[in-house]
Design a binder for this molecule. Structure first.
Ligand code: ZN
Length: 309
Protein backbone atom coordinates (compact mmCIF):
# COMPACT_ATOMS: atom_id res chain seq x y z
CA UNK A 1 0.00 0.00 0.00
CA UNK A 2 1.23 3.51 -0.74
CA UNK A 3 1.96 6.40 1.58
CA UNK A 4 -0.49 9.29 1.32
CA UNK A 5 0.56 12.93 1.18
CA UNK A 6 -2.19 15.25 2.37
CA UNK A 7 -1.83 18.97 1.73
CA UNK A 8 -3.80 22.01 0.55
CA UNK A 9 -2.89 25.24 -1.18
CA UNK A 10 -4.79 27.17 1.51
CA UNK A 11 -1.93 26.29 3.88
CA UNK A 12 0.22 28.84 1.99
CA UNK A 13 -2.26 31.62 2.75
CA UNK A 14 -1.65 31.76 6.52
CA UNK A 15 0.76 34.70 6.56
CA UNK A 16 1.88 35.74 10.07
CA UNK A 17 4.09 38.55 8.74
CA UNK A 18 7.29 39.24 6.79
CA UNK A 19 9.73 38.51 9.63
CA UNK A 20 7.87 35.57 11.15
CA UNK A 21 9.77 32.26 11.06
CA UNK A 22 6.61 30.18 10.54
CA UNK A 23 6.33 31.34 6.93
CA UNK A 24 4.74 29.92 3.76
CA UNK A 25 8.27 29.34 2.44
CA UNK A 26 8.49 26.42 4.89
CA UNK A 27 5.76 24.56 3.07
CA UNK A 28 7.34 25.47 -0.30
CA UNK A 29 10.57 23.87 0.94
CA UNK A 30 8.76 20.68 1.90
CA UNK A 31 6.90 20.51 -1.41
CA UNK A 32 10.10 21.19 -3.36
CA UNK A 33 11.84 18.34 -1.56
CA UNK A 34 8.88 16.01 -2.20
CA UNK A 35 8.77 16.91 -5.91
CA UNK A 36 11.79 14.68 -6.59
CA UNK A 37 11.05 11.77 -8.91
CA UNK A 38 11.57 9.31 -6.06
CA UNK A 39 8.35 10.59 -4.49
CA UNK A 40 6.15 9.81 -7.50
CA UNK A 41 4.60 6.77 -5.76
CA UNK A 42 3.02 9.03 -3.11
CA UNK A 43 -0.77 9.04 -3.14
CA UNK A 44 -1.24 12.83 -3.22
CA UNK A 45 -4.52 14.04 -1.80
CA UNK A 46 -6.17 17.38 -1.10
CA UNK A 47 -6.88 17.98 2.58
CA UNK A 48 -10.54 18.61 3.38
CA UNK A 49 -11.64 21.21 5.92
CA UNK A 50 -12.08 19.89 9.42
CA UNK A 51 -15.56 20.64 10.69
CA UNK A 52 -16.06 22.76 13.79
CA UNK A 53 -17.51 19.66 15.45
CA UNK A 54 -14.34 17.67 14.72
CA UNK A 55 -12.16 20.40 16.23
CA UNK A 56 -14.56 20.75 19.17
CA UNK A 57 -13.67 17.21 20.25
CA UNK A 58 -10.50 18.71 21.76
CA UNK A 59 -11.18 22.45 22.01
CA UNK A 60 -14.27 24.08 23.60
CA UNK A 61 -16.84 24.78 20.87
CA UNK A 62 -17.04 28.48 21.83
CA UNK A 63 -13.26 28.80 21.60
CA UNK A 64 -13.27 27.38 18.06
CA UNK A 65 -15.95 29.77 16.85
CA UNK A 66 -14.31 32.73 18.63
CA UNK A 67 -10.95 32.03 16.98
CA UNK A 68 -12.59 31.75 13.56
CA UNK A 69 -14.53 34.97 14.23
CA UNK A 70 -11.23 36.75 15.04
CA UNK A 71 -9.71 36.03 11.63
CA UNK A 72 -9.33 39.48 10.03
CA UNK A 73 -10.63 40.45 6.58
CA UNK A 74 -7.42 42.40 6.08
CA UNK A 75 -4.20 42.94 8.00
CA UNK A 76 -3.27 40.69 10.89
CA UNK A 77 -4.51 39.96 14.42
CA UNK A 78 -2.36 38.66 17.28
CA UNK A 79 -3.77 35.70 19.19
CA UNK A 80 -0.71 35.82 21.46
CA UNK A 81 2.78 37.37 21.27
CA UNK A 82 3.90 35.09 18.44
CA UNK A 83 0.68 33.59 17.09
CA UNK A 84 -0.54 35.94 14.39
CA UNK A 85 -3.45 35.38 12.01
CA UNK A 86 -4.06 36.82 8.56
CA UNK A 87 -7.16 36.60 6.32
CA UNK A 88 -6.18 33.11 5.11
CA UNK A 89 -5.37 31.67 8.53
CA UNK A 90 -8.76 30.25 9.37
CA UNK A 91 -8.98 28.24 6.18
CA UNK A 92 -5.37 27.07 6.61
CA UNK A 93 -6.00 25.92 10.19
CA UNK A 94 -9.17 24.06 9.15
CA UNK A 95 -7.31 22.31 6.30
CA UNK A 96 -4.39 21.43 8.62
CA UNK A 97 -6.69 19.71 11.11
CA UNK A 98 -8.80 18.25 8.31
CA UNK A 99 -5.69 16.72 6.74
CA UNK A 100 -4.99 14.68 9.86
CA UNK A 101 -8.61 13.50 10.10
CA UNK A 102 -8.67 12.51 6.43
CA UNK A 103 -5.32 10.76 6.82
CA UNK A 104 -6.81 8.71 9.64
CA UNK A 105 -9.77 7.81 7.42
CA UNK A 106 -7.48 6.68 4.58
CA UNK A 107 -5.19 4.64 6.86
CA UNK A 108 -8.06 2.96 8.71
CA UNK A 109 -9.74 2.12 5.38
CA UNK A 110 -6.41 0.52 4.30
CA UNK A 111 -6.40 2.70 1.18
CA UNK A 112 -2.86 3.65 2.23
CA UNK A 113 -0.32 2.20 4.67
CA UNK A 114 0.46 5.51 6.36
CA UNK A 115 0.31 9.23 5.68
CA UNK A 116 2.19 12.50 5.96
CA UNK A 117 0.30 15.79 6.26
CA UNK A 118 2.30 18.66 4.74
CA UNK A 119 0.32 21.45 6.34
CA UNK A 120 0.67 24.67 8.32
CA UNK A 121 0.02 26.26 10.77
CA UNK A 122 1.50 23.71 13.16
CA UNK A 123 -0.64 22.58 16.09
CA UNK A 124 1.12 20.94 19.04
CA UNK A 125 1.32 24.06 21.22
CA UNK A 126 -2.42 24.78 21.00
CA UNK A 127 -3.99 24.01 24.38
CA UNK A 128 -7.71 23.31 24.86
CA UNK A 129 -8.68 26.99 25.05
CA UNK A 130 -5.46 28.76 24.01
CA UNK A 131 -3.84 29.29 20.62
CA UNK A 132 -0.10 29.81 21.18
CA UNK A 133 3.38 29.22 19.83
CA UNK A 134 2.45 29.66 16.11
CA UNK A 135 -0.39 27.10 16.61
CA UNK A 136 -4.11 27.83 16.19
CA UNK A 137 -5.82 24.43 16.62
CA UNK A 138 -4.12 21.23 17.78
CA UNK A 139 -4.31 19.28 14.53
CA UNK A 140 -2.69 16.07 15.78
CA UNK A 141 -5.01 15.93 18.80
CA UNK A 142 -8.01 16.57 16.54
CA UNK A 143 -6.87 13.65 14.39
CA UNK A 144 -6.40 11.42 17.44
CA UNK A 145 -9.89 12.28 18.68
CA UNK A 146 -11.23 11.49 15.21
CA UNK A 147 -9.57 8.06 15.34
CA UNK A 148 -11.19 7.37 18.70
CA UNK A 149 -14.66 8.67 17.96
CA UNK A 150 -15.16 8.01 14.24
CA UNK A 151 -13.23 4.73 13.99
CA UNK A 152 -13.40 3.21 17.47
CA UNK A 153 -9.62 3.10 17.75
CA UNK A 154 -9.70 3.36 21.53
CA UNK A 155 -5.99 3.77 22.21
CA UNK A 156 -4.16 6.57 20.44
CA UNK A 157 -0.48 7.54 20.70
CA UNK A 158 1.38 10.67 19.63
CA UNK A 159 5.17 10.74 19.38
CA UNK A 160 6.47 14.31 19.13
CA UNK A 161 10.10 14.89 18.13
CA UNK A 162 9.74 18.64 17.52
CA UNK A 163 12.45 20.52 19.45
CA UNK A 164 9.75 22.28 21.48
CA UNK A 165 7.61 20.46 24.00
CA UNK A 166 4.09 19.73 22.74
CA UNK A 167 2.41 21.33 25.72
CA UNK A 168 -0.94 21.54 23.96
CA UNK A 169 -1.12 17.85 23.10
CA UNK A 170 0.00 16.98 26.62
CA UNK A 171 -2.69 19.22 28.14
CA UNK A 172 -5.39 17.63 25.97
CA UNK A 173 -4.21 14.07 26.76
CA UNK A 174 -3.38 14.57 30.45
CA UNK A 175 -6.67 13.22 31.83
CA UNK A 176 -7.26 10.62 29.09
CA UNK A 177 -5.70 7.30 30.16
CA UNK A 178 -6.25 5.84 26.66
CA UNK A 179 -4.27 8.66 25.00
CA UNK A 180 -0.45 8.44 25.08
CA UNK A 181 1.91 11.34 24.45
CA UNK A 182 5.69 11.04 24.30
CA UNK A 183 8.06 13.88 23.52
CA UNK A 184 11.74 14.59 23.04
CA UNK A 185 12.46 18.29 23.29
CA UNK A 186 15.19 20.72 24.24
CA UNK A 187 15.09 21.93 27.83
CA UNK A 188 15.24 24.68 28.80
CA UNK A 189 13.35 26.13 25.84
CA UNK A 190 9.90 27.48 24.94
CA UNK A 191 7.26 26.70 26.21
CA UNK A 192 8.95 25.56 29.44
CA UNK A 193 6.83 22.45 30.05
CA UNK A 194 7.81 18.82 29.51
CA UNK A 195 9.65 17.84 32.68
CA UNK A 196 10.23 14.15 33.34
CA UNK A 197 7.80 14.22 36.28
CA UNK A 198 4.88 15.35 34.07
CA UNK A 199 3.39 11.85 33.63
CA UNK A 200 -0.34 12.34 32.98
CA UNK A 201 -3.20 10.75 34.90
CA UNK A 202 -2.11 7.16 34.15
CA UNK A 203 1.58 7.43 33.26
CA UNK A 204 0.26 8.10 29.76
CA UNK A 205 2.67 11.04 29.26
CA UNK A 206 6.38 10.40 28.69
CA UNK A 207 8.72 13.39 28.53
CA UNK A 208 12.42 13.17 27.69
CA UNK A 209 13.91 16.66 27.97
CA UNK A 210 17.27 16.99 26.24
CA UNK A 211 20.02 19.43 27.23
CA UNK A 212 21.09 22.03 24.67
CA UNK A 213 23.56 20.65 22.10
CA UNK A 214 22.30 17.08 22.52
CA UNK A 215 22.44 15.13 19.27
CA UNK A 216 22.10 11.71 17.72
CA UNK A 217 23.17 9.67 20.74
CA UNK A 218 20.76 11.35 23.14
CA UNK A 219 17.89 11.14 20.65
CA UNK A 220 18.47 7.45 19.94
CA UNK A 221 18.74 6.66 23.65
CA UNK A 222 15.52 8.56 24.44
CA UNK A 223 13.60 6.73 21.75
CA UNK A 224 15.11 3.26 22.25
CA UNK A 225 15.28 3.14 26.02
CA UNK A 226 12.32 5.24 27.16
CA UNK A 227 9.74 6.19 24.55
CA UNK A 228 9.42 3.02 22.46
CA UNK A 229 9.30 0.68 25.49
CA UNK A 230 6.55 2.88 26.95
CA UNK A 231 4.73 2.81 23.60
CA UNK A 232 4.86 -1.01 23.60
CA UNK A 233 3.46 -1.09 27.14
CA UNK A 234 0.65 1.26 26.09
CA UNK A 235 -0.42 -0.90 23.11
CA UNK A 236 -1.80 1.77 20.75
CA UNK A 237 -4.35 1.17 18.00
CA UNK A 238 -2.78 3.95 15.89
CA UNK A 239 0.39 6.03 16.16
CA UNK A 240 0.62 9.73 15.25
CA UNK A 241 3.85 11.62 14.75
CA UNK A 242 4.15 15.32 15.53
CA UNK A 243 6.93 15.75 13.00
CA UNK A 244 8.78 18.93 13.76
CA UNK A 245 12.25 19.19 12.25
CA UNK A 246 13.56 22.08 14.36
CA UNK A 247 15.85 19.87 16.48
CA UNK A 248 18.09 19.80 13.41
CA UNK A 249 21.59 21.20 14.00
CA UNK A 250 20.97 23.89 11.35
CA UNK A 251 17.73 25.18 12.87
CA UNK A 252 17.86 28.83 13.96
CA UNK A 253 15.26 28.57 16.76
CA UNK A 254 16.93 25.98 19.00
CA UNK A 255 20.21 24.30 19.90
CA UNK A 256 19.89 20.56 19.44
CA UNK A 257 22.12 18.80 16.92
CA UNK A 258 19.95 16.24 15.14
CA UNK A 259 20.93 15.27 11.59
CA UNK A 260 19.00 14.35 8.44
CA UNK A 261 19.82 10.70 9.20
CA UNK A 262 18.27 10.95 12.65
CA UNK A 263 14.85 11.66 11.15
CA UNK A 264 15.07 8.60 8.91
CA UNK A 265 16.22 6.43 11.82
CA UNK A 266 13.52 7.66 14.22
CA UNK A 267 10.81 7.24 11.60
CA UNK A 268 11.94 3.67 10.89
CA UNK A 269 11.90 2.80 14.60
CA UNK A 270 8.42 4.24 15.07
CA UNK A 271 7.20 2.35 11.98
CA UNK A 272 8.71 -0.89 13.31
CA UNK A 273 6.83 -0.41 16.57
CA UNK A 274 3.58 0.41 14.76
CA UNK A 275 3.99 -2.68 12.55
CA UNK A 276 4.09 -4.93 15.59
CA UNK A 277 1.49 -3.04 17.63
CA UNK A 278 -1.18 -1.70 15.28
CA UNK A 279 -0.84 -3.06 11.75
CA UNK A 280 1.50 -0.21 10.84
CA UNK A 281 -1.12 2.50 11.19
CA UNK A 282 0.90 5.76 11.30
CA UNK A 283 -0.26 9.31 10.58
CA UNK A 284 2.40 12.02 10.66
CA UNK A 285 1.87 15.75 10.52
CA UNK A 286 4.29 18.63 10.09
CA UNK A 287 4.99 20.78 13.14
CA UNK A 288 8.10 23.04 13.26
CA UNK A 289 11.35 23.34 11.28
CA UNK A 290 12.73 26.76 10.38
CA UNK A 291 15.92 26.27 8.36
CA UNK A 292 14.39 25.80 4.93
CA UNK A 293 17.10 23.55 3.55
CA UNK A 294 17.28 21.33 6.64
CA UNK A 295 13.48 21.23 6.78
CA UNK A 296 13.18 20.06 3.17
CA UNK A 297 15.91 17.42 3.52
CA UNK A 298 14.63 16.14 6.88
CA UNK A 299 11.02 15.95 5.74
CA UNK A 300 12.17 14.06 2.64
CA UNK A 301 14.03 11.50 4.76
CA UNK A 302 10.97 11.15 6.99
CA UNK A 303 8.63 10.57 4.02
CA UNK A 304 11.09 8.17 2.34
CA UNK A 305 11.01 6.07 5.49
CA UNK A 306 7.20 6.14 5.54
CA UNK A 307 7.15 4.99 1.90
CA UNK A 308 9.53 2.12 2.66
CA UNK A 309 7.31 0.73 5.42
ZN1 ZN B 1 9.07 23.52 17.35
Amino acid sequence: MPTALFTHKACFDHIPGPSHPEAPARLEAVHAALSDKSFEPLDRREAPRATVDQIARVHPHDFVTQVLDHIPEQGVVRLDADTIVSPGSGEAALRAAGAVCAAVDAVVATEVQNAFCAVRPPGHHAEPATSMGFCIFNSVAVGAAHAREAHNLARVAVIDFDVHHGNGTQAIFHNQPDSFFASTHQSPLYPGTGAINERGCANNIVNVPLAPYSGTDAFQEALSKTILPALHMFRPDIVFISAGFDAHADDPLASLNFTDDDYAWATERILDAAASLCEGRVVSTLEGGYNLSALGRSAARHVQALMAA
